[in-house]
Design a protein around this ligand. Structure first.
Ligand SMILES: Cc1cc2nc3c(=O)[nH]c(=O)nc-3n(C[C@H](O)[C@H](O)[C@H](O)COP(=O)(O)OP(=O)(O)OC[C@H]3O[C@@H](n4cnc5c(N)ncnc54)[C@H](O)[C@@H]3O)c2cc1C
Length: 548
């Protein structure tokens, strides 16, 4: 039996097969070769799309308003020799096949992520309502936790035909996926994750406390109550495609994947062998895009923050959708009013992380009384929510992510400076580990992030609400532009917020590949019959449309 991959369920297109097919992604007419196209954003979607557009023979001109890497940001602790904090994406499920295609291409190494109750974490502490439990695996936890895990598995089974749907995803049986998933979309679009859990037979048979524990500890990586108001469809996609399981981190920092792709010398159509994206951009990205407009000749113009205006036949915007309203002046006529509604109504979640560098992985010291490690990966209902421990080797400084939190827990620290955030986290952890002096191990300055406080993001990632399926559908399907009026063609959208699986880089990569097909088609190119692209299959196997 093959393994589960991020194959659908909304659009079960095999991106991994498309990417590796010997006949390639497609070809462009002679006249289009060497043309410049604009890519706004040097995050995962922008760099992946630019890489493939370059391979097709175009010159992608990349605009970046802030930091290269976007939400795959690995920040180096000052004064260290490459010790990093992963501020955005940090754990990558192996089911993310399109993302790993690029990780492998650039030769980055990965290792198991120290998630709760995994061997990579070594040990886990669960601290709820002032009670602290120590465990190495789920088996070490009391029956309550097993009941909760079983109840959720039963809720998925009875409410979403889960194992049949997973079997269909595993075997890439498109008809079977559609048969089960499409009716679920219609049935569950108006339901929150919380409704789904509370109305299930399995949880109704248990009490409120089980639901509460599920919200705190959940399954996989924990902390699911922050997602309780989200659409259950969004959560189901995570479970179905195992995005919350079997996760790995990128050694040395995930941002490297994008830097290496930017510098990677490849064989392309049109360009000399060994051309890189860096070469085609003169070694640096352009700055902030401030305006996108239609020119009289039908092309699109992009203005940068210094007033430079360039003309392009196609523009790909990969920034968060709100920024098309707040940061870039976009000609309103380039996008239909229905799509504007979707872009502006898209909801973003908040997220904050607080990291410190420490002298060594001291948490592995053994407590003489308990014979347990002095500190463990920790899930708690306190303000820190998730504390993760990163061991860089015995002779290297270690890193502690003191707190990874979302929504209200992220808002609690939003206006606070880094030192205050560390103080709050240490105070919470001191209640769980009264005898451990974490502060004495801290070296250098803390690193903190609140994605919602950064004008280049205005939020961490999309978190679709009930009823938002139609918005997703409009944004996601926009790359197939031949059915749009000419006035709305040429501007493409991709990235985390356009995808059906926000908060997972795989969605950013898959939508980037959709946009590559869209731009190729827009420029008169096509995929080979032997390797049809996402737009070629969209009419046949695209996401189900719900009545408007
Ligand atoms: C806290 C957090 C945790 C996450 N954890 C995980 C995880 O563990 N696993 C996982 O798979 N995924 C995770 N993700 C999701 C993953 O990080 C994203 O899916 C991915 O990085 C998004 O890439 P993108 O290219 O769509 O967007 P971005 O990375 O946001 O790229 C868009 C770029 O556009 C730039 N930009 C904005 N405005 C302009 C402008 N006017 N002009 C030019 N440039 C502009 C921005 O600066 C940014 O660099 C996480 C994300 C966050 C925030």
């Amino acid at each position: 039996m093959t393994s589960i991959t991020a194959f659908g369920p909304d659009f079960p297109f095999a991106y991994d097969d498309w990417l590796t097919h010997p006949d390639g992604l497609g070809t462009l007419p002679e006249a289009a070769l060497g043309c410049e196209v604009a890519v706004i954003g040097a995050g995962a979607a922008g760099i992946v799309a630019a890489h493939e557009l370059m391979r097709l023979g175009l010159r992608p001109i990349i605009y970046e308003s802030h930091k290269f890497g976007g939400r795959l940001r690995s920040e180096v602790f000052e004064g260290s020799d490459g010790i990093i904090a992963e501020l955005g994406g940090m754990r990558f499920p192996v089911s993310s096949r399109a993302f790993y295609h690029y990780v492998d291409q650039v030769g980055c190494e990965t290792a198991p992520f120290p998630n709760p109750l995994t061997a990579a974490a070594g040990s886990t502490v669960i601290d709820l309502e002032g009670r602290t439990l120590f465990a190495r695996t789920l088996d070490d936890l009391p029956p309550l936790f097993h009941d909760v895990a079983r109840a959720y598995a039963n809720a998925l089974e009875s409410g979403a035909n889960f194992s049949a749907l997973q079997a269909a995803i595993r075997s890439r049986d498109i008809a079977a996926i559609k048969d089960i998933w499409n009716p679920l979309v219609a049935a569950l679009d108006d339901q929150t994750f919380y409704d789904f859990v509370t109305s299930s037979e399995a949880f109704r048979a248990l009490g409120f406390h089980h639901r509460e524990v599920f919200g705190q500890v959940g399954f996989g990586t924990g902390g699911w109550d922050s997602d309780f108001p989200n659409s259950i469809l969004e959560i189901l996609r995570v479970n179905l495609t195992e995005l919350d399981d079997n996760q790995r981190f990128v050694k040395g920092g995930v941002e490297q994947v994008l830097h290496r792709l930017w510098r990677k010398r490849v064989d392309c159509a049109h360009w000399p062998s060994g051309t890189s994206l860096s070469d085609l951009n003169g070694g640096a990205t352009r700055s902030r895009a401030t305006r996108i407009a239609r020119l009289p000749d039908g092309n699109l113009s992009v203005t940068d923050q210094w007033g430079r205006i360039d003309s392009y036949p196609a523009v790909l915007a990969t920034c968060q959708s709100h920024l098309l309203t707040t940061a870039i002046t976009v000609d309103e006529a380039l996008i239909s009013q229905k799509l504007w509604m979707a872009l502006d109504r898209t909801r973003y979640m908040q997220s904050a992380k607080t990291f410190v560098m420490v002298d060594r992985p001291f948490w592995q010291d053994t407590d003489p009384v308990t014979a347990q490690p002095v500190l463990s990966m920790t899930l708690t209902d306190r303000i820190t929510r998730g504390t993760y421990l990163f061991d860089n080797g015995p002779d290297q400084p270690g890193v502690i992510c003191l707190s990874y939190a979302w929504m209200t827990d992220a808002l609690k620290v939003l206006p606070l400076p880094a030192e205050k955030r560390v103080d709050l986290a240490l105070a919470a952890l001191a209640k769980i580990y009264p005898d451990v002096d974490i502060a004495s191990h801290i070296r250098g300055n803390p690193i903190c992030v609140s994605w919602e406080a950064d004008e280049n993001f205005l939020g961490a990632f999309k978190g679709a609400l009930p009823g938002h399926y139609r918005y997703n559908h409009r944004m996601y399907g926009h790359f197939v532009q031949d059915r749009l009026p000419p006035a709305e063609r040429g501007l493409f959208l991709a990235g985390d917020g356009v995808s059906f699986t926000p908060a997972w880089v795989e969605g950013a990569v898959q939508t980037a590949l959709n946009a590559v097909w869209g731009i190729m088609n827009h420029m008169g190119g096509r995929s080979p019959d032997t390797n049809p692209g996402p737009g070629d299959r969209y009419g046949e196997i695209g996401p189900v449309a719900l009545p408007e």
